[in-house]
Design a protein around this ligand. Structure first.
Ligand SMILES: [Zn+2]
Ligand SMILES: [Zn+2]
Length: 281
């Protein structure tokens, strides 16, 4: 079982992310200690401009420019660590995207500059409002949209556009929009929302992309990962590939719940011979 341990989304470190902890090298060592043979490190991309700094970055007086430099340092170190630990673990150098205004050119530029092994396509904003950072931000977005349904619809439309524009190898936490919604199970089944979900999954399938089985909610004491079970059922029927992502933000989160997640995917009949990002070309 151990040889199959994998995470393709996570490894955020305190060195390169203001809301994570610990040194990147310590995190890599933790994966090795746990018996991982493959891991994707996917730090957040720097913002398009100062308007889209996260609150923790603003508090530290960081600018988009500072974060770009920090991101350069991240890639440099990750490339060195990839070589250093090659006998023990295969490290993929990745990045996690954003969808704020101006993101398409910005991300394409980053991809051409840094040549990552792959990218994780994530949506953390609806109409440039970050909804996943805190409960307050989520409620603010919700009041602007006027209803959960309108906010969910916008999220899945933005996600559709992002997948089309960037074709990310991994789709990050597919149903993240439900993060602070206790009634999400019924919300995701509203016909108008369900249609958008199916549309997005069809696009993912046609592009042969992979869904992140995102385990961060479990680390936060929630019951189920992203993707929720009702969507996971459709994903299975459509034959879309799913790979665990711990979305870790520190040494003590690295690799958490991955063994259980693999058991669960196995039990549901998913292929756990993981696709190799290096095969993308
Ligand atoms: Zn993060
Ligand atoms: Zn994310």
């Amino acid at each position: 079982m151990n040889t199959h341990l994998i995470s393709l989304h996570g490894g955020h470190s305190g060195q390169y992310c203001s809301h994570a902890r610990d040194l990147l090298e310590d995190i890599i060592q933790r994966y090795i200690e746990l018996g991982f043979k493959q891991v994707g490190i996917t730090e957040h991309v720097p913002p398009v401009n100062d308007r889209f700094l996260y609150p923790d970055e603003t508090k530290l007086n960081l600018t988009a420019d500072d974060l770009y430099k920090r991101f350069e340092a991240y890639f440099q170190q990750l490339t060195a660590l990839k070589k250093k630990y090659a006998p023990h673990i295969k490290i993929f150098a990745g990045m996690e995207t954003e969808t704020c205004t101006g993101y398409v050119d910005h991300i394409k530029q980053l991809v051409s500059t840094f040549q990552p092994d792959y990218i994780v396509g994530s949506v953390h904003h609806v109409d440039d409002i970050c909804f996943d950072y805190s409960r307050e931000d989520y409620d603010r977005a919700l009041s602007l949209f006027g209803s959960y349904e309108a906010m969910y619809a916008r999220y899945f439309d933005l996600q559709y556009g992002m997948i089309k524009a960037l074709k990310p190898f991994i789709i990050g936490h597919f149903d993240l929009i439900r993060i602070h919604d206790a009634g999400y199970k019924k919300r995701l089944l509203i016909p108008g929302i369900d249609q958008k979900i199916t549309r997005n999954l069809r696009l993912i399938k046609s592009l042969n992309l992979v869904l992140d089985f995102n385990l961060r909610p479990l680390t936060r004491g929630k019951k189920e990962p992203y993707i929720t079970s009702s969507i996971l059922k459709t994903v299975k029927e459509m034959g879309i590939r799913v790979v665990p992502g711990d979305d870790s933000h520190g040494v003590n989160e690295a690799g958490n719940h991955v063994d259980k997640a693999i058991e669960r995917l196995n039990a549901l009949g998913f292929d756990t011979q993981w696709p190799d990002p290096a095969m993308l070309g």
